[in-house]
Ligand binder design. Structure first.
Ligand SMILES: *Cc1c(COP(=O)(O)O)cnc(C)c1O
Length: 491
């Protein structure tokens, strides 16, 4: 398998080459040259693999189609080390919970930081350690976070050989739970930097350091953002696992505690996906392109509806800072969707020159492009199964209240956006699987607003706010951050 850039550069690369890279040199995103096709027979075989050998074995089957520069035994061991009941809380790793007739919630948030980002980041941590060890290299990950991404990265990279993490966050602006989650880590390779400023100041530091090419090269500065292909690939696996559970006709095949399965081998399943940077639902697109029988891919946004607008109108319009709302599903508060270029590349028949014109010059000049008059646009729905909708704070509260009063289940604010839009997009006879992207405890204030009660806290997080904190407060001063990185590296 070779990888190409969405902007038409003729270079072809292998998996481990792009693993540690961010954007392609031409500014594009990496995608496989072709999506491996999964026959019905293979699909049946994978179903058995998942139910009998578990999630890690299924992950190996899928990943090995895309990764041919890690020996099979090593890749199998990396998957087995990543997807354990110990790290993810259950043997199924991503159990389906039955909500109502034909509607399921796929639990993706039982990893170390209680958000679905752990599903990919935990694998990335192990892949990084493996590949850096093989090369005898080091990597310094510099990031900016307002919550979920930073903590998922730190919990994935803690204690990993060859990796240091320098994570900036706006001082005093994350929730107490999020601060406690990150700052209580005592690992020597994890550095929390609380910046006197807002999230944009943190992002500006990361950009400034990355643009200092001499510094970047000397200190091997890297990132773990959601455009990394390995993160997306890891997410493809749980679409298959969700499908196998939602279409299981033989309850005996299902381990205990995942609801009653009355569905009898429907031909297709739809997924509703709370979306921000389009990474999660893009993994669903890849699964569908491989031949997984997916009916609709439902893109659910919050008030920041860049993606909903595109799928409704064909216009992709990046928002400015002033038009980017702070919402109660904050992990979806985006002004542009950084993975969206991957889907547009497929939609436009993989025309790299056109993608380059749209996302390169086009967006930087006008901040938008319009595909409404292009015959390809209609195919987003008809050929690729994409539909969309949005959810507001009032919808979110209502959905959380309904789910609690009718089903006795507390869901988080992002999952509520997915459920709201998913219910609107149901088709009779087609199971709708809503992806749960975080646990409610991470966004407790809105749960209290909706239900008048605190969400449940998993035992391992009892009292974390009282743990000693390892964080340094610094001004938004690029030179000072660079000095800190250099001092830690000692060269
Ligand atoms: C990151 C995140 C999202 C958005 O996922 P994308 O892959 O960026 O579309 C949704 N919900 C939660 C809780 C998240 O952390």
């Amino acid at each position: 398998m070779r990888y190409l850039s969405t902007r038409g550069n003729p270079d072809r690369k292998r998996f481990c080459e792009i693993l540690l890279e961010g954007l392609a040199p031409d500014g594009g995103l990496y995608l496989p040259e072709a999506y491996p096709q999964v026959s019905d027979a293979t699909l049946q075989q994978w179903r058995t693999v998942y139910h009998q050998q578990g999630y890690a074995a299924l992950a190996f089957e899928i990943l090995s189609l895309y990764i041919d520069d890690i020996p099979a035994d090593d890749l199998r061991a990396l998957c087995a080390k990543t997807y354990t009941a110990e790290v993810f809380g259950t043997g199924e790793i991503v159990p389906l919970r039955h909500l109502e007739d034909g509607v399921w919630i796929e639990a993706l948030s039982n990893g170390p930081t209680l958000a679905f980002k752990d599903m990919a980041m935990q694998l990335l941590g192990n892949l990084f350690e493996y590949e850096l060890g093989r090369r005898g290299e080091e990597l310094n990950i510099l990031g900016a976070t307002s919550g979920d991404t930073g903590s998922a990265a730190e919990y994935a990279m803690r204690g990993k050989k060859g990796v240091r993490v320098f994570m900036t966050s706006p001082h005093g602006r994350m929730s107490p739970f999020q601060q406690a989650q990150m700052f209580s880590l005592q690992d020597a390779n994890i550095h929390n930097i609380a910046i006197n400023g807002v999230f944009d100041d943190c992002q500006d530091i990361v950009k400034a350091v990355s643009n200092d090419l001499a510094f970047k090269r000397k200190y091997k500065i890297g990132t773990v953002n959601s455009i990394n292909w390995a993160r997306l690939l890891a997410q493809v696996v749980y679409y298959f696992a969700g499908y196998f559970q939602a279409t299981a006709s033989d309850p005996m095949n299902i381990r205990a505690g995942v609801g009653s399965f009355s569905v009898i081998e429907p031909s297709k399943v739809s997924f509703a996906v709370p979306s921000g940077n389009f990474g999660n639902v893009c993994a669903g697109h890849v699964a569908r392109q491989m031949g997984l029988p997916v009916d609709k891919l439902v893109v659910a946004t919050n008030e920041n509806d860049v993606l909903d607008e595109f799928f409704r109108t064909g216009v992709y319009r990046v928002r400015g800072t002033a038009d980017t709302h702070e919402t109660s599903s904050p992990s979806m508060d985006i002004s542009k969707a950084s993975n969206f270029e991957r889907f547009v590349f497929d939609l436009l028949g993989r025309d790299g020159a056109r993608v380059k014109a749209l996302f390169g010059e086009g967006l930087s000049k006008t901040g938008q492009f319009d595909l409404s008059a292009d015959p390809a646009f209609a195919q987003a729905a008809t050929r690729y199964g994409f539909v969309s909708g949005k959810s507001t704070h009032a919808n979110r509260l209502q959905t959380i209240q309904d789910t609690w009063s009718r089903h006795g289940m507390v869901i988080d604010t992002h999952t509520a956006d997915g459920l709201k839009v998913g219910l609107e997009q149901r088709t009779a006879g087609v199971p709708m699987v809503v992806l749960e992207t975080a646990l409610p405890i991470k966004f407790a204030a809105t749960i209290v607003e909706a239900l008048g009660r605190e969400p449940e806290r998993p035992a391992k997080f009892e009292g974390i706010e009282a743990l000693p904190k390892r964080v340094q407060v610094m001004d938004a001063d690029v030179a000072a951050i660079q000095a800190l990185i250099a001092a830690e590296c000692g060269y």
